[in-house]
Ligand binder design. Structure first.
Ligand SMILES: [Zn+2]
Length: 692
């Protein structure tokens, strides 16, 4: 740079202000090892003095030593520099490779802008810049971009190296307990048989129970411990034995290394705007996953099956097609019912009918999401009854086989647990032996050491005694569960399945759990009948059809066979008579009450059944008026003739109304009456009258 340019850039205004020398090193290691760079930075001081600043005017900012330049947060020195530049205190800012003053591009541009506004110069080993000048600013901006790009390439190269190593499965990663690195650098199963057995027992128990909680319960009930590796501190790498916890089971089940797969990139860390580091889990599809990279405790298929089981166990609110664990409530298919119309999982709604909780299976998802009508609601009682019957039919022939399998299962489980417990005792014995040998090896005159070792030995002996006692106690407990009496009971339980199922004392929850063990899901479709498509756990399917279920108001309706009976009775009886007849036959209304004329009237109007009167009219009966007209007599005469038995009449209702059979010509009773008319002072029936 020519003297002229420098002279043009540095003016008295700049010289009147302070010169800031910003010294920084990225990491502590650079601070310690790369002293040369620090010297170069201090050499810039000479340069400031050459440019015209006096040594008192030069402020050195080096408080950021040992901090990375990637973000200005937490870099007090840089913040102070920006503040002072902004206040117009700085005439010049000097730094080594000044574009790296702030590696983060946003910080860099902000500083440039502030320098331009406050007319502050910038100087590094390459030259002197005036950010207010367009060309200089362009150059500085480019330098900043270059610096950022360089950082990016370094990171990409490092990351790429790690990834390609990971893809080859050669990236050394901390191994979970149960897996160790052999001297040749290959991953193998931990040679400690106790550790191996504990892991195998965990996976077996999960496979059998399908629940992480049940695994913890089993281990704790049987008094089994689980190994864990100390991750830091002076005992790093050592195995300790502790009671099993739920999170440890989950972590073990989720770790693909146990399935012999190499996994990398399960978590990703990133910086927040505040400069904090956050870690988040990465979806499994994005991991670098190499199956069959080393020996494991289970196959990759088993590993994936375990994850699926865990997934279904999660209650997972709002997630469709996850059934969730069995809850209280009577609905047998809670979480198992699927809508046959739209394929969504159906929910259960209970309502009270005559003091009992009655379930409905309803598909409301669409209805909630789009405020449309409910997709379908199926009364649950009929469905549950059909499923119960199906299970009873399905389970009985298998009863003996199930019983035998359960028994064998229990025996192997007891064996496994016994081996594990024995290995605990074995470990305690080894520790004792070691302590004993150490004690014997020490010079007895060295009292201090000898005392400590003696105490160790005593501790180990006590541990051994405790382990042995525990072993005997647990073994006795395990043996006690498998007496002949128990075997007998297991056999009986299996054959008593129908009794157990139907026993009102059996909680709904247990019944549902049994249903879940056997049934995967049931698709319900409501058409003119209810169709049940049942999918069993094994993949077997079966279909059932039950009559269309009645909803609550339909169930309160008078049954159709009673309606038919009522219809028949109305042919010959009035409402009151019909009611009496039905009550005599022991019939009850839909509301379980005796019939009354009012109920009969209501029923026939609701079901459009003609009244008794209408039926008589339809059969050609005549009203009092009509017959009077036809016979040519006054209606009162008809009344009298009926009472006298000259006319055949039927009661039309319960109000003393009658309908008359049409008179036949030559009816002896009426023929006789013809002469009777004068004494009766009534006109005689006209001889030419239609019917006569
Ligand atoms: Zn639906």
């Amino acid at each position: 740079m020519s003297a002229l340019t420098i002279a043009q850039k540095v003016c008295t205004e700049h010289l009147a202000r302070t010169a800031y020398l910003y010294v920084r090193q990225s990491t502590l290691r650079q601070v310690q090892n790369n002293t040369e760079s620090t010297e170069r930075q201090y050499a810039l001081r000479q340069r400031a003095m050459q440019l015209g600043w006096s040594s008192e005017q030069i402020v050195v900012i080096d408080t950021d030593q040992g901090q990375s330049g990637a973000s200005s947060v937490d870099r007090e020195g840089f913040q102070r520099l920006v503040a002072d530049v902004g206040l117009g205190k700085a005439g010049i800012v000097l730094g080594l490779e000044v574009s790296r003053l702030a590696r983060n591009n946003a910080d860099w541009h902000r500083l440039l802008e502030i320098c331009a506004l406050s007319r502050t110069l910038i100087c590094d080993e390459d030259g002197l810049y005036d950010p207010a000048d367009f060309n200089d600013r362009l150059l500085l901006g480019l330098k900043g971009t270059m610096s950022e790009a360089e950082l990016h390439f370094i990171r990409a190269r490092l990351q790429g190296g790690i990834l390609s190593k990971a893809r080859r499965g050669e990236l050394p990663m901390p191994l979970p307990v149960g897996l160790v690195m052999d001297p040749a650098g290959k991953v193998v199963l931990d040679p400690d048989a106790g550790v191996q057995r504990a892991l195998a027992h965990l996976f077996d128990t999960f496979h059998r129970t399908g629940s992480a909680r049940a695994v913890v319960q089993t281990f704790n009930r049987d008094g089994l411990l689980f190994p864990a590796r100390i991750r830091c501190g002076e005992r790093k790498g050592e195995i300790i034995w502790a009671p099993l916890t739920h999170w440890r089971v989950l972590r073990t089940l989720h770790n693909p290394r146990y399935a012999g797969a190499f996994a990398y990139g399960q978590r990703r860390t990133r910086k927040t705007p505040e400069g904090k580091t956050t870690t988040r889990a990465v979806p499994r599809e994005e991991w670098t996953l190499i199956p069959d990279a080393h020996p494991g405790y289970l196959t990759f298929e088993q590993y994936e099956q375990n994850l699926r089981t865990l997934q279904t166990n999660a209650t997972a609110h709002g997630t469709d097609r996850t059934s969730g664990p069995a809850r209280e409530g009577t609905a047998l298919l809670q979480g198992l019912a699927i809508c046959g119309r739209c394929g969504h999982r159906m929910t259960v709604r209970y309502h009270t009918r005559k003091g009992a909780h009655v379930p409905d299976y309803q598909c409301v998802r669409e209805n909630i999401q789009t405020a449309r009508e409910k997709c379908q609601v199926i009364p649950g009682a009929g469905v549950d009854a059909a499923i119960s019957q199906l299970l009873l039919d399905t389970v009985t022939p298998l009863a003996l086989e199930v019983a035998l399998n359960v028994q064998a299962e229990l025996e192997t489980r007891a064996d496994d647990a016994d081996k594990l417990r024995r290995s605990h005792v074995e470990r305690a014995r080894q520790r004792t032996e070691l302590a004993r040998r150490r004690y014997l090896a020490v010079d007895p005159d060295n009292r201090l050491v000898a005392d400590t070792l003696e105490a160790d030995w005593n501790d180990a002996l006590r541990g051994l005694q405790a382990a042995q006692d525990e072993y005997e106690r647990q073994t006795a407990a395990a043996k006690a569960t498998l007496t002949e009496h128990h075997k007998q009971r297991i056999r009986q339980l299996a054959s008593d399945f129908p009794a157990l199922w139907n026993d009102p004392v059996t909680p709904s929850r247990e019944r549902k759990r049994i249903a879940r063990l056997l049934i995967e899901d049931v698709t319900l479709t409501n058409t003119d009948q209810v169709h049940l498509d049942v999918r069993f756990r094994g993949g077997q399917t079966t279909s059932l059809t039950i009559p269309k279920a009645l909803n609550s108001w339909q169930a309160r309706q008078t049954p159709t066979e009673i309606l038919a009976q009522l219809d028949r009775l109305l042919d010959d009886h009035t409402d009151r008579e019909t009611a009496e007849q039905l009550n005599r036959l022991g019939r009850r209304s839909g509301m379980r009450r005796p019939f009354t004329p009012a109920i009969i009237i209501k029923l026939r109007t609701t079901h459009n059944l003609p009244s008794h009167r209408e039926r008589l009219l339809a059969r050609g009966m005549l009203s009092q008026q009509e017959i009077a007209q036809r016979l040519g007599v006054h209606p009162n005469t008809i009344h009298a003739w009926r009472r006298a038995g000259f006319l055949t009449a039927h009661p039309a209702n319960d109000k003393n109304d009658y309908l008359y059979e049409p008179p036949t010509p030559n009816d002896p009773r009426l023929v006789k009456r013809r002469g009777w008319r004068h004494s009766d002072r009534e006109p005689a029936p006209p001889t030419q009258g239609g019917a006569i």
